[in-house]
Design a protein around this ligand. Structure first.
Ligand SMILES: [Zn+2]
Length: 532
């Protein structure tokens, strides 16, 4: 269907998925991207059968782009991408933090298949990026999807989870697979240097991969090796990869964790800004919350991950190994550490009672020391426990959001308020990231302007991740659009009650089709798998 959107002083025509014309309402042709239009709160938006949307009370933006996402597998459980499109997200960039759905082969393919069949009843028939894209195209999805290749996935596919330096041949094999994926349209590469097995990689390995990124002009996204006590060193390592290889660097979820590291943020920004002055192509992304979310496993030191799941469990059961871990963690963590870690999701029925509790609280319920509780829970749940870490500073978040080189990424997969993806104690960023930037940091705290926020959520990530003809409202561009009510836009998802979609997002177009209409999902699935 074709559409005509009438906002306060402009008409936007949509034909065959694209913006076919933009005219001023006195019928002069607008020459540049549309600036944001002031709202007229007295007029309700209407849409009629002929595809005319009268929305003079709403603002329009290019669709939001979630440049740091993890919908790789979730999208197969929720092709409607509920939590994303309800926020106005029209494109997701998956495969972040080193973990991607494709390409996957060897031991990693076997492990994923057994895991996902056990936990989600989800078969994974693909190996290559092309096969993965075909699976998604066959199913049809509600948002567009671009895909990074995960370094951790490449390494695990090549060698399994091993704690050693890779041979030249092994590195060469990873590079060939990466090159193939780039030729098949992958958006870039990501690494998760705190997660196994990429945490065992050295600079040489990173540089070889970075060279492939440079050759194909793709971005290399870093979940850095450290985000707390050694965050400065980790930033230097990341920037050096850019310096030595010349490839585009994205620092994922820029932060410093742990109170004693909060003061390091200005130093990190200085390093990034110095690198920019030196001509290194670096940028970053961040979500508008001060708590992170990852596996409870991340509490452990990295040497404890060696060998993968079975080896970790064996180690946690072994008295001496457990004591060694305890000694190391006692030095590493501040006293109140376990008060700031919340258990989100476990697999077994008997441990459901701990979901939503802080580790210290949960341990008390079992009459246990926090560390011992963590070890036992990881053993009982075969290491699959997710957790929220309340470890960041609001002041730093505000500083980060003001930086020109920072765009918005939720660090979250698509979720839903119903069905399988509504289960577990979820992080509100899955439901609220994009509206929250506007309601909290534009309207309430006035940290950034509305134009800056919309740029960080659409144009900037589109350019950074090479999404052609997206991220702006211009003739010939894909009609990925969000119409929202500036007065009503608000995230309503909280840590206590995450299952709430935001308010104020009235219409969302993906490739010219209405996915959200009058604030409700239409069930349409017009999304494309985006190939670079
Ligand atoms: Zn990450």
């Amino acid at each position: 269907m074709n559409y005509l959107i009438q906002i306060k002083n402009k008409k936007i025509e949509i034909k065959d998925g694209k913006i076919s014309s933009i005219t001023l309402r006195n019928d002069k042709v607008a020459t540049t991207a549309i600036p944001q239009v002031a709202s007229q709160p007295h007029n309700d938006a209407e849409q009629n059968d002929k595809g005319i949307i009268n929305a003079s009370n709403l603002l329009i933006s290019a669709g939001f782009i979630d440049c740091h996402a993890h919908s790789d597998y979730f999208i197969f459980l929720n092709p409607g991408a509920d939590s994303k499109v309800y926020q106005g997200v029209t494109t997701d960039i998956g495969g972040n933090c080193g973990y991607s759905a494709a390409p996957v082969w060897g031991p990693c393919f076997e492990k994923r298949n057994s895991d996902y069949q056990t936990y989600e009843n989800l078969p994974i028939p693909w190996h290559s990026l092309t096969e993965y894209a075909q699976a998604m195209d066959q199913m049809k999805i509600s948002m567009n999807y671009g895909h990074l290749v995960g370094h951790n996935t490449l390494r695990e596919s090549e060698t399994g989870v091993v704690n050693r330096v890779l041979t030249a041949t092994e590195i060469q094999n990873m590079c060939s697979k990466l090159e193939e994926a780039f030729q098949e349209g992958a958006t870039g590469l990501s690494t998760g240097l705190v997660y196994p097995p990429a945490c065992y990689s050295n600079e040489k390995e990173l540089l070889e991969l970075a060279k492939v990124c440079k050759k194909y002009d793709r971005i290399f996204a870093f979940h850095m090796r450290n985000e707390n006590d050694f965050v400065v060193e980790a930033t230097e390592e990341t920037l050096n990869v850019g310096r030595k290889s010349g490839c585009k660097i994205q620092i994922s979820h820029l932060k410093t964790s742990g109170k004693r590291n909060w003061h390091k943020m200005p130093k990190i920004c200085d390093l990034i800004e110095k690198a920019l002055t030196d001509g290194i192509d670096v940028a970053a992304d961040r979500y508008p919350y001060t708590a992170s979310q990852t596996g409870l496993l991340q509490v452990l030191p990295e040497w404890a991950f060696d060998g993968g799941e079975e080896a970790i469990i064996k180690r946690l059961k072994d008295k001496t190994a457990r004591a060694d871990i305890a000694t190391e963690l006692n030095k590493k963590y501040e006293k109140d550490y376990y008060n700031n870690v919340q258990i989100m999701e476990v697999a077994s029925e008997k441990n459901k009672q701990y979901e939503g509790l802080r580790v210290a609280e949960a341990a008390k319920k079992r009459d246990q020391d926090s560390f011992e509780f963590v070890c036992d829970l990881l053993i009982e749940e075969k290491t699959k426990v997710s957790a929220i870490y309340f470890t960041m500073s609001e002041e730093n978040l505000e500083m980060i959001l003001q930086k020109e080189y920072v765009m918005i990424g939720s660090d979250s997969g698509c979720r839903s308020c119903v069905g399988r993806l509504s289960k577990g104690a979820l992080h509100p960023r899955a439901f609220g990231t994009f509206p929250r930037v506007i309601s909290e940091y534009v309207k309430k705290k006035k940290i950034i302007t509305l134009d800056q926020a919309l740029y960080k959520m659409s144009t900037q990530p589109a350019q950074r991740f090479g999404l052609k003809n997206r991220g702006k409202i211009e003739e010939g561009y894909w009609a990925d659009l969000v119409l929202f009510d500036l007065d009503k836009i608000e995230d309503t998802s909280t840590f206590k009650e995450p299952l709430h979609y935001p308010t104020g997002i009235e219409y969302v177009f993906v490739n010219g089709e209405l996915v959200i209409k009058g604030g409700k999902h239409t069930g349409k699935r017009p999304g494309h798998f985006l190939k670079y």
